[in-house]
Design a protein around this ligand. Structure first.
Ligand SMILES: Cc1ncc(COP(=O)(O)O)c(C=O)c1O
Length: 440
């Protein structure tokens, strides 16, 4: 496609200015990788500065479930920004925070009735860890301050969250002693729809019973392991995790940051296992992708135990905690979720992703193709050459961001069938072009 030279020259100049002073996620500032300046977002589309338009199959890292610039959320943000963009949360409160906490309590599992607002997903995980540690201190068991997780997980980039990420593909080797050493059991090996085999829980069970006196909590992503491998595991595994945590007196934290708000086909993925965690983290799609915001919910058993003494308090309190603008935006997003359209959109997208990617099973370099809800993953046998593949996808009008051996999509729920077909068509094309073993 030939582009008007003025727009592409402006786009190039933005890239140049960016490269001079900005650091991008997980990037090397000296080894330039492709950058695509975005001028505007509209619905499911990214409008690039060079005039091209892309269907966003990433929902901006899984957040923009209603598409971009949804008029209801824009209106809520504009109204709130006029009235009160921010006010500190120590000693003050406001209706948007109260209403949002009430809504979150009403839609999450029944045991969760206390909400702590956080700035991002990683912070929500830190808060969950601090809650668990303070709970056991209050119970006079201060030795319970470590965590058990399963391999192949991802929980964020702050140091506590990082310590729980997969010890091999996470950042443990780089950060070494800086990170607290946690316990890890085997990754859940039975896939979402495979028959359950009780031996699949034995490593987890052994770790839990060997270390129960040291463990504050188990932290796990329910059903879908996201950035640690894009894996979908059996709901029986999580059910057994809940039973074993109860049996060994260890708290259970479910990280629903990636899975929450309909992405897997349930409002929260832990519903597949019919369990209630003691602590739950939500983020990402909470604001419909408008801004960073998250929350950690816990049971009143935990809150009341931590706060039992007169001088006892939970020791966390970010400057922008409970930001009214983020609360109002989140409420507008939740109102759209309440309308229930996602309950038809996600199963339709799931069926379309399944049939659209079916031919990829036959590509020689493809190890697996899997779909759950509005998530589709192609796992390759060798690492994906990110720059080439991303460029090829952009040429086909689709924005995806592969990593490692994974090409995946998590599209906005409002994508039309035609848009899902365009995404799966582009994925099929790059599969044949780049993942066929004998293609260099
Ligand atoms: C399951 C999970 N937990 C935590 C996080 C961290 O969230 P954030 O990037 O908002 O800090 C992520 C981000 O991808 C995630 O997928």
């Amino acid at each position: 496609m030939s582009l008007p030279s003025s727009t592409s020259a402006f786009s190039d100049s933005l890239v140049e200015r960016d490269r001079a002073c900005i650091w991008h996620p997980y990037s090397n500032v000296t080894a330039a990788s492709p950058l695509y300046p975005v001028r505007e977002t509209r619905g499911t589309r990214l409008l690039l500065e060079d005039g091209r338009e892309l269907i966003d199959g990433m929902s901006s890292w899984w957040t923009a479930i209603h598409g971009y610039n949804h008029p209801d959320i824009v209106a809520a943000a504009q109204a709130q920004i006029q009235r009160m963009p921010h006010v500190m949360f120590g000693g003050l409160t406001h209706e948007p925070a109260i209403e949002l906490a009430e809504r979150l309590v009403s839609i999450t599992p029944a045991s969760l009735d206390r909400v702590f607002f956080c700035d991002s997903g990683s912070v929500a995980v830190e808060v969950s860890m601090k809650l668990a540690v303070q709970y056991w201190i209050a119970k006079n068991k201060p030795g319970k301050k470590s965590f058990l997780s399963v391999r192949s997980g991802y929980y964020g980039d702050t140091s506590g969250a990082m310590s729980l990420c997969d010890p091999q593909n996470g950042m443990h080797s780089m950060f070494g002693d800086f990170l607290k050493v946690q316990f890890f059991s085997e990754k859940p090996r039975i896939a979402f729809d495979e028959p359950w085999d009780e031996s699949a829980i034995s490593d987890f069970q052994r770790m839990l019973s060997n270390h129960e006196d040291e463990l504050a909590a188990v932290v796990i992503e329910p059903i879908v392991q996201g950035a640690g491998g894009m894996r979908f595991y059996s709901p029986h595994f999580l059910r057994r995790v809940r039973e074993l945590c109860d049996a060994h007196d260890v708290l259970l934290v479910c990280d629903e940051i990636a899975t929450g708000f309909g992405r897997t086909g349930k409002l929260f993925a832990s519903e597949y296992s019919n369990i209630s965690p003691d602590i739950m983290c939500v983020g990402k799609a909470l604001t419909g992708g408008f801004m960073s915001f998250a929350a950690t919910l816990c049971s009143s058993r935990i809150a009341d135990t931590i706060c039992a003494g007169v001088d006892s308090a939970f020791m966390h309190g970010p400057t922008f905690m409970g930001n009214p603008l983020a609360c109002a935006v989140s409420l507008a997003s939740l109102a759209l979720i309440d309308r229930g359209d996602w309950q038809e959109q996600v199963p339709r997208i799931e069926a379309e992703l399944r049939s659209g990617l079916e031919p990829c099973h036959d590509v020689s370099g493809v190890a697996d193709v899997r779909v759950l809800g509005a998530i589709a993953v192609i796992e390759t046998r060798s690492p994906i050459r990110l720059n080439e593949v991303q460029d090829a996808l952009v040429d086909r009008g689709v924005w995806l961001r592969p990593f490692g051996n994974l090409l995946y999509t998590m599209p906005p729920f409002v994508c039309s069938s035609e848009e899902i077909n365009a995404i799966t068509g582009a994925m099929r094309d790059v599969c044949v072009r780049y993942f066929t073993d004998d293609v260099a």
